[in-house]
Design a binder for this molecule. Structure first.
Ligand code: ACO
Length: 431
């Protein structure tokens, strides 16, 4: 028998029945699409802690068990056995590519890595000290002014080309934001390099001498990109979907996602973790900061700890911690005071009653900042890197939404607690 849930309005004694929908795994959902029409009431869920906003086949998270699957494949298997291009293909198409499909996909992406030459003018319009995320929001939004031939969202071929353009150009856009801040010439991408390798090349090469990308660092960067590729209906992905639900073009939607990612409660956390570790400065001071994080009178939180969905160890954080050790070893960094502080902080927090009770574990951002810093990437670029990795997830989710026949413009309602209708007061009579 189909499962239903009955809602009883105690004030009138009326009952209403709602169907329960089951996914392939995860909690069932109550289908309340007719709730307002039938009850004359809205549901109330600020922060959407209990609300499923869409149907999706892309990513599944079991936050209690610490499980993350992309199209059914555990993140650990993908990070261990695939390169980022394979994961991109998987997210976009639902299946891993075979050898031929992989070569073609990588080649197709490579052909779009250059930016229109006029973008030089966009960059020079920014102050030198502009945050890379400010530049990313602006430049990605501006892509829609250049690539008119891929803006028809009802045309599958336009959707494919704009997706490829976004994925391919994002590393160039991010690297050029960095180059601009240094006052160095922009470096053009090289089509013989892989995705992560190309990004490191455009970040660190100069026209003055040959630059060889360290293959171990390129591999580590590739894995970091995999770990950030998609994460179900988080704030920035929901922003992309909401922006796209009105029919806005994909470049504009991804610019909206970048803006949402920027916040310290989301993608900005990796930068905030590094700043926090620097502020702690010494393992001896950890108890003082842990105490502050627990205090109700202090707004300080342990950055890189806690997650809306994971109430267990974030599986990405484990892989990130391992990658961190590999990178430090490759770079022959024997002593990393920041890593020492991070590891001790993690140990202390995981034994602390407050963090145990609230199920606060390290998240993906906890170790990524230390890796980036070791690679020579400045803290201001951390969130930009996250944005370039997440672009594939955003696009896969955007495309899934556009291709969903049930898709409607997103339009939440509210609990209004403002003034009710009142008499207008002319200016001369206002006190
Ligand atoms: N340090 C100290 N206390 C914390 C922390 C933390 N990092 N995170 C949550 N708490 C406490 C809250 O104070 C709250 O306590 P209370 O119940 O006594 O009021 C309780 O744990 C629940 O926290 P909420 O903020 O309600 O949880 P929510 O799901 O809304 O927030 C969030 C999740 C934003 C990630 C939060 O844990 C946080 O701010 N963490 C630090 C920032 C961070 O690392 N963000 C990256 C997230 S991962 C990503 O976006 C890639």
């Amino acid at each position: 028998m189909a499962k239903t849930v009955t809602f009883k309005d105690d004030s009138t004694g009326k009952t209403f029945k709602y169907p329960v929908l089951s996914g392939t795994t995860g909690p069932d959902v109550v289908d309340i699409r007719k709730f307002y029409a039938e009850t004359d009431m809205f549901t109330y869920d600020p922060g959407y802690t209990s609300t499923g906003s869409c149907e999706s086949k892309i990513t599944y998270i079991d936050g209690d068990k610490g499980v993350l699957l992309h199209r059914g494949y555990p993140i650990e298997d993908l990070a261990e056995n695939c390169n980022f291009a394979e994961v991109q293909y998987l997210l976009l198409n639902g299946e891993l590519p075979n050898a031929k499909e992989k070569v073609k996909f990588e080649r197709d992406i490579t052909l779009h890595t250059m930016l229109h030459e006029q973008f030089h003018n966009f960059y020079s319009g920014f102050r030198r000290d502009a945050h890379p995320m400010a530049i990313m929001c602006g430049v990605v939004g501006a892509l829609s002014a250049f690539y008119h031939d891929s803006l028809d969202i009802t045309n599958p071929e336009h959707r494919r080309i704009s997706s490829y353009r976004l994925i391919a150009k994002m590393p160039t856009i991010a690297a050029w934001a960095y180059k601009y801040s240094l006052g160095q010439p922009f470096i053009y991408p090289r089509n013989d390099l892989g995705y992560a390798e190309n990004f490191l090349y455009t970040m660190f090469a100069t026209p003055c001498e040959d630059y060889e990308v360290n293959p171990i660092l390129a591999k580590a960067m590739d894995r970091i990109l995999i770990l950030h590729a998609d994460h179900e209906q988080n704030a920035s992905t929901s922003t992309v979907r909401l922006a796209g639900s009105s029919g806005a073009n994909p470049f504009a939607c991804i610019a909206a996602g970048i803006a949402s990612l920027w916040g310290p409660a989301h993608g900005g956390a990796n930068e905030a973790v590094l700043n926090m570790l620097r502020e702690i400065g010494d393992v001896k001071r950890i108890p003082e900061f842990v105490k502050r994080a627990k205090s109700k009178d202090d707004s300080f939180r342990l950055m890189g700890f806690g997650h809306r969905v994971y109430k267990n160890y974030d599986p990405r954080a484990r892989i990130m911690a391992r990658t961190c050790s590999e990178v430090l070893k490759e770079l022959k960094i024997k002593n990393s005071p920041l890593l020492d502080i991070a590891m001790e902080l993690e140990r202390i927090a995981l034994e602390d009653e407050y963090f145990i009770e609230k199920k606060l574990y390290p998240n993906v951002d906890f170790y990524s900042g230390i890796i980036f810093e070791a690679m020579g990437i400045p803290a201001s670029m951390f969130t930009a890197l996250f944005a370039l990795a997440r672009t594939t997830g955003w696009i896969a989710q955007w495309r899934e939404m556009i291709e969903d026949p049930q898709q409607k413009i997103g339009r939440p309602r509210q609990l209004y607690t403002g003034k009710t209708k009142r008499k207008f007061v002319p200016l001369k009579s206002r006190k």
